[in-house]
Write a protein that binds this ligand. Sequence first.
Ligand code: OVM
Length: 397
Amino acid sequence: MTTLQKDIPTSSIDPFSNEYILSPYAFHQELRQLGPVCYLSKWDVFAVTQYQYVKEVLDQPLVFCSGAGVGISNFKKEPPWRVPSLVLETDPPDHTRNRAVISKTLSPIALRNLKTQFEAEANIIIDQLLEKRCFDAVKDLGEAFPLKVFGDAIGITSNQRHNAILYGNMVFNGLGPKNDLFMDAMSHADEVNPWVMSACQRANLSKTGLGIQIYDAVDSGILTEMEATTLVRSFFSAGIDTTAHAISNAMFSFVTFPEQWKKLKESPQLAKPAFEEILRFESPFQTFFRTTTTETQLGNYVIPENEKVMISMGSANRDPLKWDKPDQFDISRATIGHLGFGTGIHGCVGQMLARSEVEALLQVMAKKVTSIRITEEPKRLLHNTLRGFESLPIEFI
Ligand code: OVM
């Protein structure tokens, strides 16, 4: 038996301050040094930042639950701003049932068919951008590619797809406290919420996409029509902004580590490990929260029941106790175990699809693009959950 230390160290670090958001890595280091868990006095929540303990939390989904929300707000204390996600914000057994419905649409055969389309579209967009030469890697590539290929994969028929970006922004900024970022994102709610709910309906999905297949579970008596609509919404929430930021982060990482770009050009098959390294090095999804369902031990500390616990995948992915030279972007390193897709029962259900999208893009880039250069000062994105750019002007030659 280890002796229990009751006093969890306190920190005044604010993970939702602009300073932290723009440059989190030194703050992560400070938080990791406080041990397995610390208390953030600014927000009255606990924070877990070391790799080992982030993983320990994710591996105990019944103790650190998702049903009370995966943002800073505790659904048991305040009502959520939207109908909770039937996968992200639920626990077993409901979570298990609903996730299986999504998983079924993402079978290896379905993914193999999609891969062909991703490759074709990757060639088209890279050719266009080479023609254009100077463009914004955020809008013209990061957002444009998943909007096109994942939008088609879901089967979105609306011609206002860009709303999906605004919606993702609401969902992910919505996981933070009610600060300016939260409020700005929600300022689009009146147009975007009804758009999403309508786009997710059976009648508005193409006959061949992933979205409509969720409704098979209604026909077989597993889900109600309303549940299916809410489950389709998860494709919109989780599948576009995340990939978009991963792509712009990839561009930035290759520009700032040109020897890694050279490596990728020499061996385009490194696209696969390169994407994993991008997710480790600049995880688009920086943090999630869980809520304790009981008093529980983490390391030699005790966290009380019904407390919000912030878990930082961004920090875990740079923990020197886990990674050799964590601040070095190295596409040939062993990245197994990175938490960019989370892990455990809530681990990203679309991760194989996301890999397929970005690998297709990186492979085409490696073959067709000679050099990448930043043409104007990039602007980092201020965001409660995602790490990425507001704008990233680059030139392809
Ligand atoms: C959802 C959802 C939303 C955001 C992220 C996510 C990373 C899922 O609504 O189901 O997974």
